[in-house]
Design a binder for this molecule. Sequence first.
Ligand code: HEC
Ligand code: HEC
Length: 306
Amino acid sequence: MTRLQLGLSALALCGIAFAAGYAVRKPEPAPAAPAPPVAREIAFVPQPDSAIPEGPLGDDIRLGLRLFTDTAKAAPQFVGNDLKCSNCHMDAGRRAGAAPLWAAYGLFPQYRTKNGHVNTFAERVQECFKYSMNGKAPPAGDRVVVAIESYAAFLAKGAPIGITLPGQGYAKPPPPAQPADYERGRAVYAANCVQCHGEDGNGQRSGDEVVIPALWGPQSYNWGAGMAQLKNAAGFISRNMPQDRPGALTNQQTWDVAAYIDGKPRPQDPRFNGSIAATRARYHDPRQSAYGTTVDGVLLGSSRGN
Ligand code: HEC
Ligand code: HEC
């Protein structure tokens, strides 16, 4: 059994957890004769924050929650942009279909082709600091990492380990009918995203609070980040954006707008080895990444606009 499966009694929960339609199987047509209960897939529901214990463990869980939702302020020494972990792992790491922490935690240690060795959960956290946060990986054992691990373990309490739970990672939308296209994506962006994320993709601030995160440019994720890969951006957008109307885009529009934002300048890949072409060849899947190509007159990965 590779999925968490529960019986009919879980049906009500199923409807709530997957209101957006994620991984829910359509009910079978009413059977002529009484049938055995049909197993249904449900998302794991993490315990509420009110269950955070008192004492030292509770202190670290609370610190982890703060680091996750206010990353630049809570750990400025490790963060190089305006993002928060929770901008991409929404609802403070709880939302199914937005790479929730409760589904990630039990999948580590895990072999990753990205770095060619078995990664602990702590190392996975370090990588998001380096790439998604365009910052520096906190040293192993640093309280920042321990606190985020503590928070993730808290959310994952009671979840089965070692299996892929429904809602894990980002959605995997079907390939688009036509190849994802930057120019069509421009129009999708203008109609559905620009009012929040801005013409320059830089998001919005209110005083020193970032209220809408940057999609490209110096305050966004760098070229080594998962979100800089077309499939991850399309998967994230398909379930979660536009924020006020998730699910409103067609599959084609989703891929096109992903190609648009991931065809814009952003901070250099920390693995840059002195040559854009060589860095592209070594680290970038040409089907997923526009790094090292020229889009809209800009060589992506060069200093211009990054
Ligand atoms: C710009 C968006 C973005 C930001 C910001 C971000 N991440 Fe991620 N994160 C991703 C993507 C993309 C993946 C890969 C998901 C996949 O492969 O399905 C990921 C994966 C992960 C995973 C593994 C998830 C799994 O199911 O295997 C963890 C853990 C994680 N991130 C933690 C963090 C932490 C901690 C921070 C803040 C320090 C952070 N992330 C910030 C985009 C982001
Ligand atoms: C109503 C305002 C709004 C609209 C419209 C909107 N977004 Fe967002 N977007 C947000 C907010 C707010 C977040 C951060 C979510 C959070 O922290 O919970 C976000 C996060 C993101 C992220 C991950 C964080 C980052 O900065 O990389 C991406 C990617 C994204 N949006 C893409 C899009 C795309 C593409 C569209 C149009 C199809 C869109 N958004 C429309 C408000 C909006």
